[in-house]
Design a protein around this ligand. Structure first.
Ligand SMILES: Cc1cc2nc3c(=O)[nH]c(=O)nc-3n(C[C@H](O)[C@H](O)[C@H](O)COP(=O)(O)O)c2cc1C
Ligand code: SF4
Length: 506
């Protein structure tokens, strides 16, 4: 009987993967479910096992499903050899789409638990040192060195410490956290257990948004399996070390991704930013030292421990070491996951892997790093994707989201949207953000309506400076980035004197 792989990833399911799986069962195939390879443009991507490797068929429909068993359909050849995948350097995503996410033996056969096994032979301080040597920086957006954070938690005097995994993934156009958890949840568990061991914690919390039901189910099942196989709970692998992991589901507010709001929410309160200091590494969850890390940060850790920090540090550019999991989204021909060493150019991602726009029109703008990131024009596509490299062009890497817009985009409206987003999502604790976002939106409404444009743009600039310098957290502090980048690169869109004024309040 032919064995076929059909992704159970939410993105694949949303375009009919479950129905395709049913049709393949009805046609007599043995169906196994994997995560998505990240080639979202090809979903549902069915892979047929052969002696020569897994042969992929793109965009399979329930009607066409039986045909792939006879070689009919949009054949991509051996999936591992496909140029879109073969050129990538998959570290955190090495097993995603390859294994059955719930198969703990399959995980181990593909290198799983090797990092944890090695970590448990080392002292916590040496594990921290290995992570420091890797150059790994926080993938949640701020890019803070993971080893430095862990060293602070390890050195803090306290009976109880925590690891808190930030799986809020609120940035528009980002989905890597979700896909790695749906496609390879044991990697996150392994990364969290290593982190807990390194900092001296015996409890970990995963904070995940409720919009991710597939990921929540996958993670909960994998946690149960990890307990029954001795990778969680008491005396992990005979080390005497004890780690429990709890999953907590948030209601899905953008600000709950900010680490101190996330801690508030985890403690059962409304998600509101805490003033710093104290930093969470010293006084975090329930007032105890806490290592807060993003899913992707934690998912890089097992490989770093398995292969050594040096192997990870050998990849990358400047002070941005290792790989980044880029997420191509928006108006892009081939959207999905591209994991590559830091330093790849934005052009290689958008024009190369992404294949330009889905509409076939010229690319006009790309927003890098989520809703608080800058809009980058095509004449800056030579920028290398690294923290400092992007900062040099007044942009940021954020969580690695890359959202593409074609030449029909109105950048004044995108700038307005940044203020509107901030007005809706602000926690309201500080004035520059709470009031500034509302006033910014109103002022851009005047600009879009062509009223006193020059003076109102000066006001917007002034407001942006106040928000940048005076906000308590990066929500208000970074909202000016998309606004000012739009004004800087596309000034013509803000001169509304000759344009139609549709849908703008007068
Ligand atoms: C408004 C706002 C939203 C954020 N959302 C997320 C998020 O969804 N996921 C995340 O990991 N970090 C998010 N962050 C960054 C976190 O505050 C924090 O830097 C991160 O979780 C630390 O983990 P890391 O060092 O591994 O990146 C957000 C920050 C801000 C200001
Ligand atoms: S900047 Fe905005 S989100 Fe951050 S603390 Fe101030 S009001 Fe809250």
């Amino acid at each position: 009987m032919t064995t076929v792989w059909v992704p159970a990833d939410a993105a694949a399911v949303s375009v009919g993967a479950d129905e395709v799986a049913d049709a393949l069962v009805a046609a007599g195939a043995t169906v196994r479910r994997n995560g998505s390879r990240g080639m979202l443009w090809a979903e549902p991507l069915v892979e047929v096992e052969t002696d020569g490797g897994r042969i992929g068929y793109a965009n399979v429909t329930p009607e066409g499903a039986a045909g792939v068993l006879d070689g009919h359909g949009d054949c991509l050849g051996v999936v591992d050899d496909h140029e879109w995948l073969a050129g990538q350097r998959r570290v955190s995503f090495a097993r995603v789409g390859v294994i059955d996410p719930q198969d703990v033996e399959g995980f181990e056969a593909q290198g799983g638990w090797a990092g944890l096994r090695r970590a448990l032979t080392m002292s916590p301080a040496d594990v921290v040192e290995e992570v420091t040597a890797s150059g790994l920086r926080g993938r949640g957006g701020a890019g803070f060195p993971a080893g430095v954070k862990w060293k602070t938690v390890l050195g803090a005097e306290a009976d109880t410490k925590y690891v808190a995994c930030n799986f809020d993934e609120g940035d528009s156009g980002t989905f890597a956290d979700r896909m790695v958890v749906e496609g390879d949840p044991f990697t996150l568990i392994e990364g969290m257990v290593i982190a807990a061991y390194a900092v001296g914690a015996s409890e970990g919390y995963v904070y995940v948004r409720s919009e991710y039901p597939h990921a929540i189910t996958a993670l909960r099942r994998a946690i149960e399996t990890a307990y029954t196989h001795g990778f969680l709970g008491r005396d992990i692998l005979g080390s005497g070390h004890h780690v429990d992991i709890h999953v907590r589901v948030g209601a899905g507010a953008y600000i709950c991704g900010e680490e101190s709001s996330m801690l508030e929410s985890l403690e059962g309160r409304r998600g509101e930013v805490r003033a710093k200091p104290p930093i969470p590494a010293l006084k975090g969850l329930f007032g105890q030292p806490t290592a807060v890390n993003n899913v992707l940060t934690l998912c890089a850790v097992p490989m770093i421990l398995a292969d050594g920090g040096r192997a990870y540090a050998d990849l990358g550019v400047g002070r941005s070491r290792g790989t980044q999991v880029f997420q191509l989204a928006g108006n892009v021909a081939r959207g999905g996951i591209v994991e590559l060493p830091m330093g790849v150019t934005l052009g290689e991602l958008v024009e190369g892997y992404g294949g330009g726009t889905r509409t076939g029109r010229p690319v006009r703008a790309v927003q890098v790093g989520g809703p608080l990131g800058a809009y980058v024009p095509p004449d800056r596509f030579d920028v290398q994707m690294g923290y400092e490299e992007l900062a040099e062009i007044e942009a940021m890497l954020g969580h690695g989201g890359v959202v593409v817009f074609d030449d029909t985009v109105d950048m004044a409206r995108m700038a307005r949207f940044a203020f509107e987003f901030c007005a809706v999502e602000s926690c309201g604790k500080c004035t520059p953000c709470r009031i500034g976002a509302v006033r910014g939106k109103e002022t851009l409404d005047h600009v879009i309506a062509g009223r006193d444009v020059e003076r109102n743009l000066e006001l917007v600039d002034d407001l942006c400076n106040t928000m940048t310098k005076g906000s308590l957290c990066a929500m208000g502090g970074l909202t000016p980035m998309p606004v000012q980048s739009a004004i800087r690169h596309w000034p013509e869109d803000f001169d509304r004197s000759h344009q139609e004024q549709e849908g703008v309040p007068s």
